[in-house]
Ligand binder design. Sequence first.
Ligand SMILES: [Zn+2]
Ligand SMILES: [Zn+2]
Length: 393
Amino acid sequence: MGIHEQDLAALHEQAVAWRRHLHMHPELSFQETRTAAMIADLLEAWGLAVRRGVAGTGVIATLEGGLPGRTIALRADIDALPIQDEKETEYASTVPGVMHACGHDGHTAQLLAAARYYSMHREETAGTRVFLFQPGEEVLPGGALGMIAAGALDGVDAVYGIHLWSPFPCGTVATRPGPFMAEPDEFEIEIAGQGGHAGLPHEAKDALVAGAHLVVALQTVVSRSVDPLEAAVLSIGQIRAGTARNVIADSCRLSGTIRSFDPRVRELVRGRMDDIIRHTCELHGVDYSFEFYEGYPPVVNDAAEADRVLRVASELHAAGEVRQCERIMAGEDFAYYLKERPGCFFFVGAGRADGTSAPHHHPGFDIDERAMLHAARLLIAVADDAAGDSGRA
Ligand SMILES: [Zn+2]
Ligand SMILES: [Zn+2]
């Protein structure tokens, strides 16, 4: 079946309204109660079979088409971030310190548009569509595992997910077969020294100085220990120490993230961190603890499904470039779905053509809302293509 462009265009106007509503009322990971209620109410009103409260605040809806075909799951994440919205728009966040700074509001709205579209064209739809509105993508351990444990992939033949992506111009479609997004691990180092008078440093153990040495020393892990042809990142995002100008800090906390694709690289990084932290703290006579939090696995696309997405996008004469892109060091818990079923995660460009859009997780982040139309159209076309496939043995 071809795509009914007029219906899609009308739905896009609604999607913009849904997205702006969500943007003004963002909710943090696993607290998306009003977001989930809005999603479930709409889906129920359109006649879909809806499950609420999946993995906490997730929603799963199922639509059985009128024609035979495979079962295709489409996933959107629904959570926002602890960031203060600094945009000057009428739809800026109304919640202090909370913001849809990753575009998950747009993911939700475009998937709602796709669900509504299918509810209008149920009889001519081949196979079954499962709509996964997943909570908590932004915080470990993520919402995907809980959704899968609750049966999100039961009977599902293939699964697809989109990320609207502001670094790419609006309408660009990009993905790649095989490893696509990195494993995002996190860590926390707590240094325990001995506080004291800043004028009498010899009577204290300065946790802050030890922490500062660590910040620098840890930079050598990737630059000196990892094979330059392998991909790895070690970023320290937070350092907290001290209470006053004239007080020696008795504790210092460092936290950050590690990105990698290969488990051997990740173990190497972890081991080098262990050594450097131990020896640096020893040198400074301070105690420490080192916590390593395993992140999502890497996002690894099924090769045939990535080919399908790029082929279908090309056939749609999408608004922008369609291309196979490089791996990127961001992570995604969509990885868990791909461990269970063939499928593909892909980017739809949502940024300005001149590349000046604010990056994801930035207080000035926004999307070109037309990207939601491209995303919904592509998701529908990919799902229809996959549903009609006879499938692989
Ligand atoms: Zn994000
Ligand atoms: Zn995201």
